[in-house]
Design a protein around this ligand. Structure first.
Ligand code: UDP
Length: 240
């Protein structure tokens, strides 16, 4: 059994995209997928790591896609932010059923169903061993939940941002489309920016770079990968 002293990254911000909740169906929430994902979160929490989650909303609404269909961009982005809150409540419910203590904090006030995001209160929840689910993105249109993950990680003084994806890390090209794409185990922020590699969006990468906050990109479907990364094992791609 690990103790918190054995962990390379004792405080972690885990970014889960909406897509990760949708599984193969590509939209909505796939219960078996979320079940597996919450097992992973529970394992991390039991290791003693302080854990914050930022959940995307792309499985329900993506602002840029809705605005491309003619909707006002700002309204579409608010719909996207609301989608992240729906996902956060789903994750919270499943985590609480597994006896993991959680708090959802929203960037847009919604007092009847969750606490508003207040930095000092969030820090206190983490200190008490609660998993904090940061919902509503940054609370501002034209941003993404990747940027929200970087921002909350910096505010929480996290040791690492883990971006859980469907591929095993960063590649020279999109491995789904290009079979010659090569896996990159470790890379600098400078190279990520220069080569426009798909790690997180540019605003998120720039926030992490400026604040010397490492990012690990890994495959969520590899069981145990998040725990292994937090222990300091070589998993996925390390950007630092
Ligand atoms: N969004 C936003 N501001 C934020 C975070 C999210 O406007 O700070 C909106 C945006 O429209 C985005 C949607 O919420 O498309 C869902 O978030 P995202 O696309 O980042 O989710 P993911 O791709 O991780 O599922």
């Amino acid at each position: 059994m690990n103790t918190v002293d054995d962990l390379k990254y004792p405080r972690v911000l885990l970014k889960l995209s909406g897509e990760a909740l949708a599984g193969a169906q590509g939209f909505g929430i796939d219960p078996p997928v979320v079940e597996r994902l919450t097992e992973e979160v529970k394992a991390v929490s039991q290791m003693g790591a302080a854990l914050g989650l930022v959940i995307g909303g792309g499985n329900i609404v993506r602002g840029s896609a809705a605005s491309a269909q003619g909707m006002d961009r700002v309204s579409a982005d608010y719909m996207g932010m609301l989608a992240t809150i729906i996902n956060a409540l789903a994750i919270q419910d499943l985590l609480e059923k597994k006896d993991v203590d959680t708090r959802v904090m929203t960037a847009i006030r919604m007092d009847e169903l969750a606490e508003p995001y207040i930095r000092r209160r969030a820090l206190r929840h983490l200190e008490k061993g609660r998993v904090v689910i940061f919902a509503g993105g940054t609370g501002n249109p034209y941003f993404s939940t990747d940027t929200a993950a970087a921002l909350r990680a910096i505010e929480m003084e996290a040791d690492v941002v883990i971006k859980a994806t469907k591929v095993s890390g960063v590649f020279t090209a999109d491995p789904v489309k290009d079979p010659s794409a090569q896996f990159i185990p470790e890379i600098s922020f400078r190279e990520v920016v220069a080569n426009e590699l798909a790690v997180m969006d540019a605003a998120a990468v720039s926030l992490c770079k400026e604040n010397c906050l490492p990012i690990i990109v890994l495959d969520l479907e590899e069981a145990g990968s998040v725990s292994a990364a937090i222990r300091g094992e070589r998993v996925g791609t390390l950007v630092s």
